[in-house]
Structures are given as structure tokens and as C-alpha cells.
Design a protein around this ligand. Sequence first.
Ligand SMILES: [Zn+2]
Length: 346
Amino acid sequence: MDRSWELIPGDMPGAEWRIPVLRFKGNADGPPAYLQAALHADELPGVITIDALCARLRRAEAAGDIKGDITIVPWANPIGLQQQLHGAWQGRYDLDTRVNFNRDFPLIDRPDPALLAGPDAVMSAGARLKIKLLTLALPSEIILDLHCDEVSLLYLYIPSALWPGMQDLADAMDPGAVLAWGGEAGSAFDEACLTPWLRSGADLSGKVVSTVELRGRADIDAELAERDAEGLFRFLAGRGVIAGDPPQRRWSGPVAELDHIEMIRAPVGGAVCFVRVPGDHVEAGDLLATILVRPGEEGGAVPVRAPQAGLVMSRRDHGRAKPGEDMMKLVCGSRSATARPGPLEA
Ligand SMILES: [Zn+2]
């Protein structure tokens, strides 16, 4: 394994950001793969999963089992990683520009990093970071971006254009659900990795792009990391990136388009008491949570009910809500009456 650093100039003199890059050299007998974690810098389950995966990859390397080049960026966002505001991590949005670190990636017409802006272009460090990550990722046929939700099942975002071709990732990771997306996704990293292939008419057989949501933010657990690393290892083996056994089981969970996800929004502001947890199946009208608006008064709590039957996939990790704020995600069998175009979340 080789470890190097990619450098990004800071916006002002005296600052510079460093991205660690781990590389396993293949024997040119398999497709190249790229994995990154913590693009949203406060989402760390992917970081410890990569640590567990790299232990396996180093053993495979010693055995001569690496077939395709593997590039891994375990800390993809040093800018967000340093954003602390009075003890609270601010890893999702660039505090300077207010832009989500996983939006506004450049969308180019073919998978050629030469089409991206060069080092002389005038832009912020945050924009340079996105170009650097795309430059590292685009040469790979297989691209996995490891994120997490708040309190959540493991789930996968997979482009509709690559489903069911990517069934094997679900077989390997055993998600609670697969979310199939098409069209515009806010120029998220996964969209920016797939768009050049779609626009250029490149052959999509063998192509993999996924945002892997490794459960909730607090699910930083060695046992889960080992399980997820084993899944990723078997997936890479099945794809011929490394020698080894492919996933053994066939996954058959729910696959939902984004407009079949009910984003349960708070009707009022107050203290939230959730009565359902991720993994629960609910029927239309079932109570999901109550929002306490007038504590101590009769009728001071507002019930929040399921608009249709579905699987509770995730919920917020705190007990407060503002009117209109997303509280929960339900995977459902029918289109949500309140579905919005674009990505599920801001
Ligand atoms: Zn994320």
C-alpha cells in the first residue's frame, strides 16, 4: 500500500489542506476502484469501515491478490473536518459559502479529468476540493462514496441506469433498502461520477457508482465496521478487483425510486417523541411521533402519522423540530403526495 498526500491551497495565505490517498497497485487484471469516506465530514462510520477494509486489502496485497488498482480516500473533506463551532461539528455545509459539501460538483461531458478546471482557475478551496476528489475518482470503473444518515438502517443510493446491474452491491451489503435515483441530484458526487459516462454514451456494463449510507452517525462500532468491510471486500472480489469469494447471498429487499420515499415533515415546532424506530413496518395512519408544543396542557401534543404503509428507514438523531423540517424517511410502495424533484435532502 502506498500513502501520499494531495494538497489544496487554502483561501488565504498560510493555509493549506491535505488529503491522504491510499493506493493498492493491481496487476492490471481487474477494473480500478475508488472509495472515499467522510465527504460530509461528521459522518465517520465510513472512516472506520475503510480502516477495517484496508487491513483486508493489505493481506490481499501480501498474497498477490490485488487485480485492479484501488484508490482510497479515508478523509475526503479536511475543510469540513476542521469546522467546529462552539464544540459542534459542522461537516455538512461549507461555513464560508453555505454550500453542501456533497452538492455542486462539476458535471462534465466525458470521464476525462482534463475537462475539469485546472489549478490556475480562480475558485474557493471548497470548489478545489471537489475537483480534486473527482480527479481521483473518475478514472475508476467502480466508485463508492461512504456516508451515513442520522439514526438509520444501512441503505444504498444507486442510479436507475445501473440497476439491477448493481444487485451485487446489495447482495454484499445487505441494506434495508435501495433507493434508485435518476435525473438531477443536485450535482452530488455520485451524479458527477456518473454523468460523464451517460453524456459520452460510454458502455455502462461493469460501471458502479453508489452513495453508501452506513446507518446512523452514532453507529461507529468495530463489529459493524468489520461486517461492512467484509461486504465491501466480497463485492470487490465479485467484480474482479481482488481475488476472493463474491457475495454468497441474494438480497431481495425493497427498491424504491426517490419519489416513493415519504419525507415525514414536522407540522409544528416543538419537542419530538419518536414512537417508531428504523426497521419498523407501519401502516397508513400509524403513529410515528408526537410533537409536544404546549407541555403540561391537555391536547398539547400534535400526532404525526404515516401517510401510507412503509418501512421506517431513518429518523433524526435529536428530539426537536421546526415546522416543515424533515423528521423521518419511510420507504413506501407508492409515490409520495409531497415528493419533490431532485435529491431527498438539502
Ligand atoms: Zn452524507
